[in-house]
Design a protein around this ligand. Structure first.
Ligand code: 2P0
Length: 332
């Protein structure tokens, strides 16, 4: 007897960044964050529980995943098994329809899809808040991909293990927006974000300043989304990205994700603004630059980015929907 379920989820881009965890917590963020879930790019994940399997097994894009990825996924499955009273192993098959090195965290869509598929395959009812909390404990940014549009994840509190799901702030059509991704390398990043943020917290003299300042940036981003004010959103989102990276760059040794083309794109976006085009940058734990603009400006901004030496390609994304279940079945 086996039970299986398939779910899909999209990546998200943080407009107000998460960087740093509450010490002693169950992967609760030290700062509040706010993201936009992106349409177009999709992770599809199938989970099958069966007593016939010898152990948990994880396949990513058709290849067996490494031990670290399997351990993280098994940790999420263990929580589902405990809640459902299930004691059998699972096989996970996950596929992204966007390249892993595209600068869009596949972990966010991956753990969001896994949370939905695993709970459903275990016979638990759909519950986006519980799925979001489950995903958050595996990888905090993935908690936000459970929901569509503009999504917030609050900061946790010291020495507190609690229910902390993300929640929707506004639906996808609340603010007309395009996110252009300027891809600057095909290489996978060298410092994974968990290690990068923990090293920043441990060694950067600017980390405490970041933690103190981030809630103000979050409030500005949130207010701008609710007011549908793209300029205020872009300005605050750019400040959040630079403040996060400043804290990381001041770590010892530095956590520096940028490459030459990263800075070239930042300069070009400032040039666009100087010529009257509304465009703002944000960067995550990698060298790619995501550029925010209004839909009518997207073609002009994309062609400017594509012409920059070192920019390999430009992807265009829009606000999209949250994770969803595609199907669930039991077989003998
Ligand atoms: C974000 N990032 O808010 C920020 C901005 C990267 C830079 O969330 O340790 O993979 O698994 O909870 O979620 C990437 O961090 O970290 C991230 P873990 P995660 O999107």
């Amino acid at each position: 007897m086996s039970h299986q379920a398939t779910a899909l989820a999209h990546p998200n881009i943080a407009l107000a960044k998460y960087w740093g965890k509450v010490p002693g917590s169950d992967n609760a963020p030290a700062v509040p964050s706010l993201s936009v879930t992106l349409a177009g790019m999709t992770t599809t994940t199938t989970v099958e529980f069966s007593a016939d399997f010898p152990a948990d097994h994880l396949e990513l894009n058709g290849a067996e995943a490494d031990a670290t990825a399997l351990r993280r996924a098994s940790g999420l499955l263990d929580e589902v098994r405990a809640e459902a009273g299930l004691k059998v192993p699972a096989r996970i098959r996950s596929r992204n329809d966007f390249p892993t090195a595209a600068g869009l965290a596949s972990s966010a869509s991956g753990f969001a899809a896994l949370a939905v598929a695993a709970r459903s395959a275990a016979g638990l009812p759909r519950d986006p808040a519980r799925e979001s909390n489950l995903a958050r404990r595996a990888s905090a940014s993935s908690a936000r991909s459970l929901f569509g549009g503009f999504v917030e994840l609050a900061a946790g509190r010291e020495n507190e293990h609690r229910f902390l799901p993300a929640q929707q702030v506004a639906p996808p059509d609340a603010l007309p927006l395009r996110v252009l991704v300027a891809v600057t390398t095909e290489r996978i990043k060298d410092t994974p974000s968990t290690g990068g943020m923990n090293h920043t917290a441990a060694t950067s003299p600017y980390y405490q300043a970041w933690v103190a300042h981030a809630p103000r940036l979050f409030e500005r981003v949130r207010a701008a989304v609710l007011a549908a004010d793209l300029e205020a959103l872009g300005v605050a989102a750019e400040e959040s990205a630079f403040a996060m990276h400043a804290s990381a760059i001041a770590a010892a040794p530095a956590v520096l994700y940028w490459l030459g083309p990263t800075v070239e794109v930042i300069a070009a976006v400032r040039g666009l603004r100087a010529s009257g085009v509304g465009a703002w940058c944000t960067m995550d734990a990698g060298p790619h630059v995501k550029v925010l603009c209004a839909p009518p400006d997207a073609a002009r901004v994309a062609s400017t980015l594509a012409a920059i030496p070192g920019v390999l390609r430009v992807l265009t994304a829009s606000p999209g929907e949250g994770a969803r279940l595609l199907g669930a079945e039991a077989s003998t």
